[in-house]
Design a protein around this ligand. Structure first.
Ligand code: FEO
Length: 402
């Protein structure tokens, strides 16, 4: 890809990772991703963020099409995760910047990961400003969005927010802006990213948005570190983040299960039919066919999460243990939970799942269901009725819109 001028004198100089499918080792990126870096030409030539180390030469090549990389005066490190800082040692060696702006926690990360003794690190305070010449930049710490070091940079003269991971989406494309993709599709990618990266820190999101409002930042473009630069959907994006953070339950249920000999699958189908009969949107995941991050992409706004596993070696099947571990770490809020599963002799799985869901803070209005061997017709009808009852409760509690 070539550099793209996103504002006069401001260039995207990042890298497109078309073939990435394993994002950070835990989330699927079915459409690849990008590592966005931005170069601002001003009295002080400034580079905002860098790229994954696998793309160091691409970054330097992008910059070289605009200016000799050695002419970069300043580097802003908004976020230290390796997809944005992995190439820093080589870039600093090449550029020899006069100053590198970083948050207090960011300096700790950089000191821990690199030999920074001769790096011109300048720790910026929250809301501190720096001059680029004709432009200024203001830094806002956004701790735990999603790392302790995270901060964002705002350039008022360009009404430009460089937002690091916030508002990112895992979309590799030849287009740099958001004007070619319908908003609902873009929002779904943004939600998938949020649900797998930022969800556990949702309480920080309204505070950060409030801080932006109080600072009076007039934003007409958001330049995140992943995916498309947002110019047509700035208001949509800010509203979406409020929505993602609130996790208001909608009339939607996620059923995720694994199965050995199809009995637990039959239970899942009966529950899905009961929920559907109450006009609940059902997302059914036989976990062997899905990635846990895709399930979470639907869990964030679901009213209920139903989890099923047959009992195996006195516990749950491994993929369900993985799913529950992953889900618990992401701390979904405002959910009804339900546990189910078949068994041959001991039957511990549903109770173990129920405990797991309870530990996540979910409400469990129905007893966990364990069915020995294969569901009978009457047992299938009972599960259908459970689905209906859960469906009515989901509707009663639904406050968000689908
Ligand atoms: Fe895109 Fe938290 O790194």
């Amino acid at each position: 890809m070539n550099p793209v001028e996103i504002k006069p004198g401001v260039y995207w100089v990042g890298a497109v990772d078309w073939n990435l499918r394993d994002f950070h080792g835990y989330s699927k990126s079915s459409r690849g991703t990008t590592y966005n870096a931005y170069l601002v030409l001003d009295d002080k030539v400034t580079l905002f963020d860098t790229v994954d180390s696998r793309f160091t030469s691409e970054l330097l090549c992008q910059i070289a099409q605009i200016i000799d990389p050695a002419k970069i005066d300043q580097i802003v490190v908004n976020h230290c995760e390796p997809d944005h800082s992995g190439c820093l040692a080589e870039i600093v060696d090449r550029v020899r910047p006069e100053v590198m702006y970083v948050s207090k926690m960011g300096k700790q990360f950089l000191d821990g990961r690199f030999h920074t003794h001769d790096w011109p690190l300048h720790v910026v305070g929250n809301k501190e400003t720096a001059s680029l010449g004709k432009r200024t930049v203001q830094f806002l710490e956004t701790r735990m969005l999603h790392w302790p070091d995270s901060m964002v940079s705002y350039i008022p003269e360009d009404k430009l927010l460089i937002s690091q991971d916030a508002f990112g989406q895992n979309i590799a494309s030849s287009q740099r802006f958001d004007d070619w993709i319908p908003w609902p599709e873009l929002k779904s990618y943004m939600a998938h990213y949020y649900a797998n990266i930022i969800l556990p820190f949702s309480a920080q999101v309204p505070k950060a948005l409030q801080a932006v409002q109080e600072l009076g930042w007039d934003i007409d473009m958001i330049a995140p570190d992943h995916g498309l630069v947002l110019k047509d959907n700035v208001a949509n994006t800010l509203a979406a983040y409020q929505e993602f953070a609130a996790q208001q339950p909608t009339a939607k249920a996620v059923i995720v299960y694994d199965t050995m000999w199809k009995s637990t699958a039959m239970m899942a189908d009966s529950l899905a039919s009961g929920l559907s009969a109450e006009d609940i949107e059902v997302k059914l995941f036989a976990i062997k066919s899905w990635h846990h991050s895709d399930v979470m992409g639907e869990v964030w706004d679901a009213g209920a999460v139903l989890v099923g596993s047959p009992t195996h070696n006195n516990g749950v099947l491994p993929l369900i243990a993985d799913m529950l571990t992953y889900m618990q770490g992401l701390k979904p809020q405002n959910k009804i939970g339900y546990a189910f599963g078949s068994y041959g002799w001991s039957g511990e799985a549903p109770k173990k799942i129920a405990q797991w869901l309870q530990d996540m803070g979910m409400d469990l209005p129905e007893e966990p269901a364990g069915i020995k061997h294969v569901p009978t017709h009457d047992q299938a009808k009972d599960l259908f009725a459970v689905g209906q009852r859960l469906g009515r409760q989901i509707k009663d509690r639904a406050t968000g819109s689908r």
